[in-house]
Design a protein around this ligand. Sequence first.
Ligand code: 13P
Ligand code: SF4
Length: 322
Amino acid sequence: MNIDKGYVEATIPEGIDLRAEIKRLKEEKNAVILAHYYTVGEIQELADFVGDSLALAQIAEKLDNDIIVMCGVHFMGETVKILCPEKKVLVPDLNAGCSLADSCPAPELKKFIAAHPGHTVISYVNTSAAVKALTDIVVTSGNAMKVVGSMPPDAKIIFGPDRNLGNYINSETGREMVLWDGACHVHEKFSLAGILDLKKKHPGAKVLVHPECPAAVRLVADKVGSTAVLLKWAAEHEDATEFIVATESGILHEMRLKCPGKTFIPAPPDDAACACNECSFMKLNTLSKLYLTLLHELPEVTVDENIIDRARRPIERMLELS
Ligand code: 13P
Ligand code: SF4
């Protein structure tokens, strides 16, 4: 067994039923599996809970299992560890990062905050634990509008790292939050021309857009919202049967399950030759890695105790406001 690459490398016996083994290990070790909507369908199907970033944080806080396996990206594992420091928190692959979180290194944010005295720092959950430790309140795409709305109208706010989500909140609320200039490599790449082409072929289709998409794409949206909000909207709109979905394509799995009979079309990326509407980090969660993670209880997410102490309060403030 080797963990040098950030995930367990070991021989898996031929013919093994991975699904059955994962379920057995889960029971044996009192473990629970959380999965984000962007992971592959087979991981979502095995998970005890599937959700968006907000739901997964809310669920994690209430769990009494000894081991929590977070199938998502690294910052989601860190959030769980901050909320449940006494638990063993595992991720199938430590390389599952996030381009948006990486766009905001903590030392740079510290300088930015120093250059804007008197500002409240609101950070998107897609950030490292070290960035959360510099933050006053954390938000997810599911509650950002509500949390910002709870601030006094004249509050001076730094919002980061996603400039598109920040722009969206500024345009909806008339605020002038100072924005960090970061973005997600998946949501930045949806093609407006491609979505309009799809609209010509499917004139009745509703366009669902995640707020991490740029303003031009949001302008053609019938609904802007977090993954959970888009899912709910599609399920509740009984008159609509076709949807063009401008967020990571993993969500289509749950949309098709929740809305049988409806058609979900992934919005195309600007380069037709790439699979840019897939988050390569999320797709690092595979069944074999999940099995080996449960078997060896590795790799474990660790967060410095000092950081946990400072990062916990801004996450709890978000959960209290949600
Ligand atoms: P949600 O908050 O909608 O789950 O999105 C998380 C994310 O990583 C978006 O790219
Ligand atoms: Fe990060 Fe973008 Fe992947 Fe979401 S889709 S986890 S923001 S890289």
